[in-house]
Design a protein around this ligand. Sequence first.
Ligand SMILES: [Zn+2]
Length: 164
Amino acid sequence: MTCKDLDLLLPLRAAGALAPDEATHVEAHLARCPTCRAEADADAAVLALAKLPPPTEAERRATAGIASGALAALRRADRRRRTFQRVAAGIAVAAAALLAVLAPAVLRRTPTIPPAAAVTWQEPDLDTVWEDAGLLDIEVTAAAATTSDETSDESDAEIASIDL
Ligand SMILES: [Zn+2]
């Protein structure tokens, strides 16, 4: 085992995470290599700084149920999510069914005239419509022309009678 091989193994040794056969090889190397021994001591010192004191009895009791509690909470949340999904799917199916039943009736319904419009409509006054169209004036003008013609006819007749 070379010094290069110990680059990863020394931190694992400091953390107490070496496999038994690895530990045997590492200890054999450290016995004959002062460089790696110094490196191993440095790793141990760094880990000792970060190492927490052993948990008290109260901490052990408080943290004992965390893993199983988190798992149970996860399962509860999953159950709630699945229940919500089932309810939402049920509502969607019911809405789709209702739409399928109602849509033809809504689409076939003929438009109805609003009652307000039906009440306010009145039969038009024909004289007003006639006057608005301006046709009455034409008739009056025509009548006036006829009258003047008659007048001229009359005066012609008068003239004729005079001549007679
Ligand atoms: Zn070495």
